[in-house]
Design a protein around this ligand. Structure first.
Ligand code: BGP
Length: 479
């Protein structure tokens, strides 16, 4: 039950979030080039590739089904947007596939067909007064940039990304007000290939390569902020963090410090993007690990002068930190961020720990740290929904998950946190980034497609569809 009767702000942006590479399909249509994500198969090899153990940048046979066709949003976006409108969405977070606009990433001119595709998508959204919230890069780096330049390891990427972002800001300046630079920027450290197209060679020093690549992304992000502000006068551009508060496993001071340290691995990125400079703890870390971050003379000024307008983040789970080897040996499963099991929490079918209150904690921590508006741009429950004999999906577990998180979001607002909006992840079922599966579903809308590629792609409203519709319609009053 709600303990407070906080009203959500009047213009609160309720909606959902999808990504080009997990929804569109049509992976080689419309002039699109291949991207890193197109190389990730479903199945056991996926995880290792995501981390950067890539032996070839060629497609292999037959293992790519879900992401290549995905849910065919490329051809069905009108039907899908009509369903979002029926739910009452105020916004839709989506990403532009860089390789639809610049198929090779370094082309001299953009691909008009790709530009037109997003024109149509934005027009369709605006027809229903749904505000597009656009991520410029959600994991999918054009493969040519990886092959030719080593992706973000190379400083030249700043130029290519700047050219790409300026092109889309110019083209969509009348249609898109809300932007975000890199999806889950901190993923670069944990899963370098999916996060940033990085493959580390045997003779390279991993931390040196990753932090140098991070520097390139941070400068590129700041230049995108600059360009967005110059080109789109009322534009708002944010960063995007894979967030989730870290709790000390015990009150032992070592655990307290470990929790701070773990959080800083992620906050490092946002400290630079939001405060405009490298924090002292990062400089110490570089010194102690003998890392030399090569900067050019204007870099620091660029970072300082072009900080983000808001902090976008995903929240799926909190984590625990410990220095006790015994405790560390019991890591909870869970995709990229393996975490110590928190005995007070339940977990999803995929081992992700469920912690609604952690959302309030995370919101408060980010608010205290940055004093900027927050945007919760991903959250949700991945579950293996099953169609009943009558063809319906009674996903009460999802409703319960979302409701408990919304209540904590209301608490955070009552705490004084400025939250622009909330977009649940995958409002329509789509391909899982972590596993490549279809059966890990987040949607209010079911898509008839299974892990083997069978299914009609028919869209079916789940029970949660009507629930979310009511929440949006009452602006959270009916929680
Ligand atoms: C985030 C990504 C999304 C999304 C989500 C859920 O890390 O930004 O792209 O997929 O996680 O993860 P998964 O699809 O592995 O369940």
């Amino acid at each position: 039950m709600r303990t407070n009767q906080t009203r959500f702000p009047e213009n609160f942006l309720w909606g959902g979030a999808i990504a080009a590479n997990q929804a569109e399909g049509a992976y080689l249509e419309g002039g699109k080039g291949l991207t890193t994500v197109d190389l990730l198969p479903i199945g056991k090899d996926r995880f290792s590739l995501m981390l950067g153990n890539v032996d070839s940048l060629e497609l292999k046979d037959g293992v790519y089904y879900p992401s290549h066709e995905a849910i065919d949003f490329y051809h069905r976006f009108k039907e899908d947007i009509a369903l979002f409108a029926e739910m009452g969405f105020k916004c839709l977070r989506l990403s532009i596939a860089w390789a639809r606009i610049f198929p090779n990433g370094d082309d001299s001119a953009p691909n008009e067909e790709g530009l037109q595709f997003y024109d149509q998508v934005f027009d369709e959204l605006l027809k229903y007064n749904i505000e597009p919230v656009v991520t410029t890069c959600h994991f999918d780096v054009p493969i040519n940039l990886v092959e030719k330049y080593g992706s973000w390891k190379n400083r030249k990427m700043i130029e290519f990304y700047e050219n790409y972002t300026k092109t889309i800001f110019e083209r969509y300046k009348e249609k898109v007000k809300y932007w975000m630079t890199f999806n889950e920027i901190n993923m670069l450290l944990h899963a370098p290939f999916i996060g940033a197209g990085i493959v580390i060679k045997d003779d390279e020093e991993k931390k040196q390569v990753l932090y140098q690549a991070a520097h390139h992304q941070l400068v590129a992000s700041a230049l995108a902020v600059k360009a967005c502000h110059e080109i789109i006068p009322n534009g708002q551009i944010g960063c995007m963090l894979a967030a989730g508060a870290t709790y000390p496993y015990t009150c032992h001071p070592n655990d307290i410090w470990e929790a701070i340290d773990k959080d800083r691995e992620s906050y490092f990125f946002i400290d630079v993007q939001s405060r405009g400079e490298y924090p002292g703890y990062a400089k110490r870390y570089f010194k102690e690990n003998n890392l030399q971050i090569r900067m050019e003379k204007d870099d620091e000024e660029i970072l300082k002068n072009h900080t983000v307008d808001y902090i976008g983040f995903s929240y799926y789970a909190s984590r625990c930190a410990s220095t006790d080897p015994e405790v560390l040996s019991q890591l909870a499963e869970g995709n990229i961020f393996a975490s110590i099991k928190n005995p007070y929490l339940n977990e999803s079918e995929w081992g992700w720990q469920i912690d609604p209150q952690g959302l309030r904690v995370t919101c408060n921590q980010l608010h205290d740290r940055y004093q900027k508006p927050l945007f919760i741009v991903e959250n949700g429950l991945g579950a293996n929904d099953v169609l009943s004999d009558e063809g319906s999906i009674n996903d009460d577990y999802r409703i319960e998950y979302l409701k408990s998180h919304f209540i904590e979001m209301a608490e955070a607002i009552e705490d004084g946190v400025d939250i622009l909006g909330y977009t649940s992840w995958g409002p329509i079922d789509l391909v899982s980034a972590g596993t490549g599966e279809m059966k890990k579903r987040y949607g209010y809308i079911y898509v008839d497609k299974d892990n083997e590629g069978n299914g009609t792609l028919k869209r079916i409203k789940k029970k949660s569809f009507y629930w979310y519709q009511d929440i949006i319609q009452s602006n959270g009053e009916n929680l």
